[in-house]
Structures are given as structure tokens and as C-alpha cells.
Design a protein around this ligand. Structure first.
Ligand SMILES: CSC[C@H]1O[C@@H](n2cnc3c(O)ncnc32)[C@H](O)[C@@H]1O
Ligand code: ZN
Length: 429
């Protein structure tokens, strides 16, 4: 059995806002958290891997609820375009040339970036998810992976998802989702089938809904209703867990409707700002009881996968757009990336908190940096003052993947060089 002791550390459990252990320890046995206590560890030390957490704050690993991980390869590609032109003119022509090795290279680059900024789980949608699953295993990151259904090939794509589910159903790190791309890129028949297959296999759905006004118009012209209502009519939400990216252009009726389902709206503020898509009604959704999580979207519309930076933008944008400095506090924002995200993937009793019996996905943030002091309000310092590079140590599923800023499972230099080579190759193909 592997045992890790993190000691001398301040602990944010995310159980309650005022539940902060000012100096304590966490004992990890294999993949699980076994003890979370105040004070000194007095038990047997032989065989323990010790992590001294002095000067650090331990918190649950962050969960990025909407990504297209291999799009690190397209970072900065297709700049300055709104969504529909960005997809049609730049992104989709580039993606048509990608093979599974390219996707694997891009996924590893994304994983380095995520680990270094404190993300331990991510909810992804991309072509050839099997290559991304392989990268998850090599990097030791937790993935919730959906092979997309898009356009006319959805029947064979749904079969790919079922095969992927069969392959990984007992895996500790890889979880498979059903991923219909959106109501505007799929027929009603395809959306219905996505809902049915998700119910049959009891798999969550990952989809884009109501991202732009262009989408709202396309759907209104075709169905005379909203994108969210089309998904409801297709039975996507019925007895399914749905993780819906964007939800920017939800009206009040859409919000009331989704609040009745096991539905998570994923807020992607930087992508929505960069593509000028709009501002999601996050405060309204939370007040109506909708579970809201947070995601970066792909690195091409962001341009990074840094969830600490995303949390800061998330909160500031809601404060500004609601004209209310109390909107989406630091603590509420941290919940989007931990507790609410765990609920989104149906693992609220296993992920998103530092708690006995939970999976050992833990990060240590370095409070020794000038910009992290004085630590007046620990939540505010993490969400508003910290930078991705302040993440010192990362543990996923009880394995240390970064210790004292050094990556243990990935060769950073080699992965960056390979991704840069792939980008040039694909452009010239
Ligand atoms: C079919 S895999 C995912 C598909 O989605 C594309 N994509 C990336 N970002 C967005 C976004 O914000 N809205 C819609 N679609 C997006 C990605 O390039 C892949 O083609
Ligand atoms: Zn997306």
C-alpha cells in the first residue's frame, strides 16, 4: 500500500466556508484520503512519503468542466473571429488534418499546463478520445472524456463512444461521456439518440448549448424555440446527468426549465469574452438552484487552460455585469471548480473536497510568494491573488504528479518540442 503524509499545512476542506484547518495533516492511503486532522501526526512514520506543507494551503484539486484538450495545438490560431467564422474558416479545416498521434501530443501539452495550474480532473470533448485516454493514463490525470457526435457521422460516432465506454468502464482515471456537440450541429434524431444511449448506459452527457446569438437564431429559424428547449424536446435532460457548456443566452424560462433536471451549466468566461459570445447569467442560474461549474473551453478560444486565472475572470465578470461587488464571492467561485464540478460529473461523494474516504486529488498552493501576503482572506488570495504558477505540489488519485514545482510523470521539454513540431507539420499537410 502506498502512503503519503502531507503535514504542517493549512487545509481548505470545501465542506463549509468556515471549515479551515489552520495547521494540520492529511494522510493518504493508496487512492484515498484516510485522515484529515488538526495538529501533528503522531502515528507510525515508517513507509510514509512525507510532504512538508509548511507555507502552503492544501485544497481539493481543481476540476475543469469544459475543455477540448488537444486544442493546445491550435493556441492562438484563428484569432479575432466570432464563433461560427472561427469554426468554419479556421478550426474545422485544421482539425480535419489531425491524426491520433497529433491529438496525443496536444493532449499531453494540455495536461502539463493543467497540472502546473492545479487542475486534477477535466471534462473533455474531442475527436479520437482514445488517444486522450492514453495521455490521461501516462500523465496520471482524471479525465471525463466524450467522443463527439457532430454533423452526418453521428451514428458511427455514437458507436465509438459505446466502445470507449466498454474499454474504460472499470478504469480508475478515465470516465466516458456521451458528447453530442450542440443542437445546431446535429439533427433532432441524433439528439434523441444521444439522450437514449446516455440513459441506457447511465453515462453523463457533455454538450454545448446557447453559446452565441447566431446559434439562438439558427435554432429559432429551424424550430421556432430556444436551444435549451430543443434539447429538452429531444429528451437529452430526461433521466440524464447533463453537463452543458456556455448557456450564455439562456432566457428566464430556459433557466426555470433546466433547474428541474440534473443539469450543470458550465461557465466559460474567457472563451465567451474572446469570441464576444456574451456573458452567461450565472448569478440568476445559481439563485434559481441550477448547479454551475467552470471551464476554460479549448486553448484556442481562451488562450490557456489555467483554471486559477479563469476563476478570477469568472468572479470579476459577474460582479461587473451585475453591478454588484458582492456577486460570485471568492468562496462561491472556488465551489464552481471543486464541489459543483464534482456534482456535475456525479461524484459529489468522492471528489471536490478534502475529506476522509474521498479520492486523493489534492493541490498545494504556495503562500510564500509576495503577492500571496498578507493572507487576510485565504479564499480571496487563492481566487484573486494567486497565479497558476503558485501551485507547488499536485496529487491525483493518491499519486504525486508534481512535487515542489517539478513534474514527475511528464517530460515537459520533450512534450513542448513535440507539440510545436506537430503544429508545423499539420499546417504544411
Ligand atoms: C467535435 S469535438 C469538439 C468540437 O468543438 C469545437 N469547439 C471548440 N470550442 C468550441 C466552442 O466554444 N463552441 C463550439 N465548438 C467548439 C472543436 O473545435 C471541435 O471541433
Ligand atoms: Zn467548447
Amino acid at each position: 500500500m502506498s502512503k503519503i503524509l502531507i503535514e504542517n499545512v493549512k487545509i481548505i476542506t470545501m465542506e463549509k466556508q468556515d471549515e479551515i484547518i489552520s495547521r494540520g495533516y492529511v494522510l493518504i492511503e493508496d487512492s484515498l484520503i484516510n485522515l484529515v486532522e488538526e495538529g501533528e501526526y503522531t502515528g507510525e512514520r515508517e513507509g510514509l512519503e512525507i510532504i512538508d506543507g509548511k507555507g502552503c494551503v492544501a485544497l481539493p484539486g481543481l476540476i475543469n468542466c469544459h475543455t477540448h484538450i488537444p486544442m493546445t495545438l491550435l493556441r492562438g490560431y484563428g484569432e479575432g473571429l466570432p464563433l461560427m467564422r472561427w469554426l468554419n474558416e479556421k478550426i474545422w479545416p485544421f482539425e480535419m488534418k489531425l491524426n491520433s498521434e497529433d491529438i496525443y501530443a496536444g493532449a499531453l501539452l494540455g495536461m502539463i499546463e493543467m497540472v502546473k495550474s492545479g487542475t486534477t480532473s477535466f471534462v473533455d470533448m474531442y475527436f479520437m478520445e482514445d488517444a486522450i485516454a492514453k495521455a490521461c493514463k501516462n500523465a496520471n490525470l482524471r479525465g471525463f472524456l466524450g467522443s463527439p457526435m457532430i454533423g452526418d457521422f453521428w451514428k458511427q460516432q455514437i458507436d465509438e463512444s459505446i466502445a470507449l465506454f466498454g474499454k474504460y468502464k472499470d478504469d480508475e482515471l478515465v470516465n466516458v461521456l456521451i458528447a453530442p456537440h450542440s443542437p445546431y450541429t446535429l439533427s433532432m434524431e441524433a439528439l434523441k439518440q444521444a439522450g437514449e444511449v446516455a440513459r441506457k448506459y447511465n453515462i453523463p452527457i457533455h454538450i454545448h448549448i446557447a453559446e452565441t446569438m447566431d446559434e439562438v437564431k439558427i435554432i429559432s429559424d429551424k424550430y421556432n424555440t430556444t436551444p435549451a428547449k430543443v434539447c429538452e424536446e429531444a429528451g437529452i435532460f430526461e433521466n440524464n446527468r447533463t453537463i452543458a457548456a456556455h448557456c450564455v443566452h439562456f432566457n428566464d424560462e430556459d433557466i426555470d426549465m433546466v433547474s428541474k433536471y440534473d443539469f450543470t451549466a458550465v461557465y466559460n468566461p474567457q472563451s465567451n469574452m474572446k469570441l464576444a459570445s456574451g456573458i452567461a447569467p450565472v448569478v440568476k442560474m445559481i439563485n434559481k438552484g441550477v448547479n454551475v461549474a467552470i471551464g476554460t473551453d479549448g486553448a484556442s478560444s481562451n488562450n490557456n487552460l489555467n483554471l486559477i486565472e479563469e476563476m478570477q475572470t469568472a468572479s470579476y465578470l459577474q460582479k461587473l455585469s451585475n453591478n454588484d461587488a458582492t456577486a460570485l464571492s471568492a468562496y462561491e467561485t472556488l465551489k464552481l471548480a471543486t464541489v459543483n464540478a464534482a456534482k456535475a460529473v456525479g461524484m459529489e461523494d468522492r471528489l471536490g473536497k478534502i475529506k476522509k474516504g474521498y479520492l486523493a486529488d489534492i493541490i498545494l498552493i504556495d503562500f510564500g510568494k509576495p503577492h500571496m501576503n498578507p493572507p487576510t482572506d485565504v479564499y480571496s488570495n487563492i481566487v484573486f491573488s494567486a497565479q497558476g504558477g503558485d501551485v507547488r505540489t499536485v496529487i491525483v488519485n493518491g499519486k504525486v504528479v508534481m512535487k515542489d514545482y517539478i513534474l514527475l510523470s511528464l517530460d515537459e521539454k520533450e512534450i513542448i518540442e513535440r507539440a510545436n513540431r506537430v503544429f508545423v507539420d499539420v499546417i504544411n499537410r
